[in-house]
Design a binder for this molecule. Structure first.
Ligand code: ZN
Length: 289
């Protein structure tokens, strides 16, 4: 699909394991949301946290998406292929005088809800330090398509935050701001559990003069004990041999009640009936297949 004009939405899983019910639900929502707006749908692996990566996961995730008719546009991207972009962004922030080098230990930061500013005057690079960006007291405001109007003051919610970790990797906030700030990405739909990251990413996008996408943070799937279904909470894995049933389960959780249709027609029906307003902001409980 040509996406040069309309732009794209994206799905950006971490390749830490196969897709589980919670990640399939988010993938499907992101796919339907993009297609319903006539957007392309891109796939990106957020793979910067190397020790957590499972080498077999990317292939399995691609297979699962494919089996469920969730076909992405263009080449699959990997954040580990974008290191030069992140380095350039970091240099730019450094030239603006917005970063400093923090050697605080975990222990020193204990008891502080936001960064206390200890290392703010350390402007010279050093290898034993994390890189933090300075924040200001301005109110960060944005409209979320599901959660409504959001207002945050970064000095209260996060403080000067880490954009490159002391042990080397670029932090999620910087990498995601650079990638989602790509002019081709116009829509980011993801789980509500990521909502409190968005002001930090918007702040970086504004500093780097990147265009922010529109955001939709959807309800997350909770287990019967009201924990988010994730790899850590042993979310039920997705059986690629039952794509129709899996899609129906996810569609029901997304508030859609499709008629009996085959997979491709089912997805087309869902695109035509996609309506974020139907979703509401409340999390869902999913007890199992
Ligand atoms: Zn520090």
């Amino acid at each position: 699909m040509a996406d040069a004009v309309a732009g794209a939405g994206r799905f950006a899983p971490s390749p830490t394991g196969p897709l589980h019910i919670g990640s399939l639900y988010t993938a499907l929502a992101s796919f339907l949301d993009a297609r319903a707006q006539g957007l392309a749908w891109r796939l990106r692996f957020d793979d910067l946290d190397q020790p957590r990566n499972d080498p077999a996961a990317p292939e399995r995730i691609l297979r699962t998406l494919d089996a469920h008719g969730l076909h992405w546009d263009g080449a699959v991207q990997r954040q580990s292929d974008h290191l030069e972009l992140y380095e350039a962004a970091l240099t730019e922030l450094q030239q603006m005088g917005m970063v400093f080098f923090c050697t605080c230990s975990r222990q020193q930061l204990q008891g502080h809800s936001t960064y206390p500013g200890t290392c703010r005057s350390r402007r010279s690079p050093r290898s034993d330090a994390a890189v933090r960006v300075r924040v200001d007291a301005a109110v960060c405001e944005f409209a979320d398509s599901v959660q409504g109007r959001q207002q945050t003051r970064l000095t209260d919610s996060a403080g000067d935050f880490v954009i490159k970790r002391r042990d080397g990797p670029f932090a999620y906030q910087l990498a995601t701001a650079v990638d989602d700030g790509d002019p081709g990405i116009v829509r980011v739909l993801r789980g509500r559990d990521l909502l409190d990251n968005t002001p930090r990413q918007l702040y970086l996008m504004a500093l780097l003069n990147l265009e922010a996408p529109a955001y939709a943070h959807i309800p997350v799937l909770l287990s019967p004990v009201l924990e988010k279904w994730s790899k850590q909470t042993l979310a039920p894995s997705v059986d690629d041999r039952k794509p129709d049933a899996n899609l129906r389960t996810c569609l029901a959780l997304l508030g859609l009640k499709p008629p009996e249709l085959e997979l491709q027609a089912l997805l087309e029906w869902a695109v035509a009936h996609w309506d974020l307003r139907r979703l509401g902001p409340k999390d869902r409980v999913f007890s199992g297949f």
